[in-house]
Design a protein around this ligand. Structure first.
Ligand code: LLP
Length: 421
């Protein structure tokens, strides 16, 4: 469910017509609905009630501090994978004890930062990382809370490049190794092992692989306890998919929560989940203007002012994003089949082929739907383009939450080398 609908013939975000935002900030621009973000967060949180679950928003999906703040006000935690994401989570008002630090390549600087900020939990992915963390904690006389990330050898996810749970993926350690690492951490005076963590992939449309991974986790928790160790937490990662187009809808957060509640029933353990996409994707659009339409033998090409630098998902995952005109098409309007492309000098800068759309003219506005997750966070300035602004809508008002980063500003960071004598 989201809050992007036609009202009086205009596509609106909540009560604000997208055309008004384009007028104010130009295009391309990301536009987010706070009501949608809040609703999605509440749906996850309430789906587990009365069980209290830490819903740690995966900041990589959308790292703007205003988005984080919107969720933090509802009680969200944050799943972070870099020093920068921890900084953003704190700046967005997430309490330190709701921040999870994950990631396969944490540097010593980042681990030290996480220790100093007293994050809720550091998810460790290897023996080398565990030992580094212990050393850094000892030097600070600290005892960080640790979870061991398990690789359950269960494949899942909407695309090969976003599947993380297979045995040959670079993430986590096998169940047997995880238990050995846990025991090592339990014997270490500078580590406070709390539990196990798992994340098997993203855009998952079937609960079965998630359930299989969670069952393995439960068995492992029971085994660790039987061996006399205290295990108080499990972190189940993110991964629940969203409907990008008219296909069978992914399982609802309610179904997901019911499955988790079933798998962990009777096990006294604190649960955390790390949804990113399911909270943010349908809460945002990328607004773009038609530069021109070009006739080609075969079919017309719609050239937009947004490019793969703004929204890279179609180029790298063959992702589908629905495209809606900002002005509601009349019933009897012509429908044309377009190839929809951006201005970047690569064939990969193609958002859609053979896409049926109402006839569009130069200057018309369109919105890429479901672009609130992994849109702005994956954007770049490729082809010396500005970085698009971000706008947050609350009811009838909107605020610029990141202004456009102009090419002039980018160039100002660069300099010529000293001339050689
Ligand atoms: N937790 C961990 C440890 C993760 O690695 C991820 C995502 C999440 C949580 C959040 O997963 P979600 O609930 O959003 O599925 N750029 C790709 C998605 C990459 C996801 C990477 N990890 C895309 O645009 O589809």
């Amino acid at each position: 469910m989201h809050h992007f609908d036609y009202r009086n013939g205009e596509l609106c975000c909540e009560e604000v017509p997208l055309s008004a935002i384009a007028e104010a900030v130009g295009t391309p621009a990301y536009v987010y609905s706070s009501a949608t973000l809040e609703r999605h967060f509440d749906v996850f949180k309430n789906a587990f009630a009365p069980r209290d679950v830490l819903v740690a928003f995966a900041v990589k999906a959308n790292a703007n501090i205003a988005i984080i703040e919107t969720l933090a006000r509802r009680g969200a935690g944050a799943d972070t994978v870099s020093r920068g994401e921890i900084m953003r989570a704190l700046k967005g008002g997430v309490p330190h004890d709701r921040i999870i630090f994950s990631g396969v390549g944490k540097t010593e600087d980042e681990l030290s930062f996480a220790i100093e900020k007293h994050v809720h939990q550091i998810n460790v992915e290897s023996i080398a990382e565990l030992d580094a963390l212990s050393r850094l904690a000892a030097a600070r006389n600290a005892r960080p809370a640790v979870a061991i990330r398990v690789n359950p050898d269960v494949g899942a996810g909407g695309h090969e490049k976003i599947s993380t749970g297979r045995g040959d993926a670079k993430f986590g350690v096998s169940i047997a190794q995880a238990e050995a690492l846990y025991a090592r951490a339990a014997a270490d005076p500078h580590l406070s092992p709390k539990g196990l963590a798992v994340h098997i992939g993203s855009q998952i449309k079937d609960l079965a692989p998630l359930e299989a991974a969670f069952r393995l986790l439960r068995i492992s928790v029971e085994r660790l306890r039987a061996a006399g160790m205290e295990v108080t937490r499990v972190d189940l990662g993110g991964g629940l998919g969203v409907p990008y187009f008219h296909e069978p809808a992914p399982p609802s957060p309610d179904a997901y929560a019911a499955m988790i509640t079933r798998v962990f029933s009777g096990l006294d353990v604190a649960l955390a989940i790390e949804p990113g996409r399911a909270i943010a994707a349908n809460a945002g659009v990328l607004l773009s203007r038609v530069i021109r339409t070009q006739e080609r033998p075969g079919r017309p090409i719609l050239v937009l002012d947004a490019g793969m630098n703004d929204l890279i998902r179609p180029a790298i995952y063959d992702a589908y994003h629905d495209i809606k005109p900002a002005r509601a098409p009349a019933d009897a309007e012509d429908v044309l089949t377009y190839d929809v492309v951006g201005p970047i000098c690569e064939t990969g800068d193609t958002f859609a082929r053979n896409r049926a759309l109402p006839k569009l003219n130069d200057g018309d506005l369109v919105a890429f739907m479901s672009a609130g997750a992994y849109g702005a966070t994956m954007a770049s300035t490729y082809n010396a383009r500005a970085l698009s602004p971000e706008v947050l809508v609350r009811g009838g008002r909107f605020s610029v939450i990141r202004r456009r980063w102009t090419v002039e500003e980018q160039i100002a960071l660069e300099m010529l080398p000293e001339p050689t004598p």
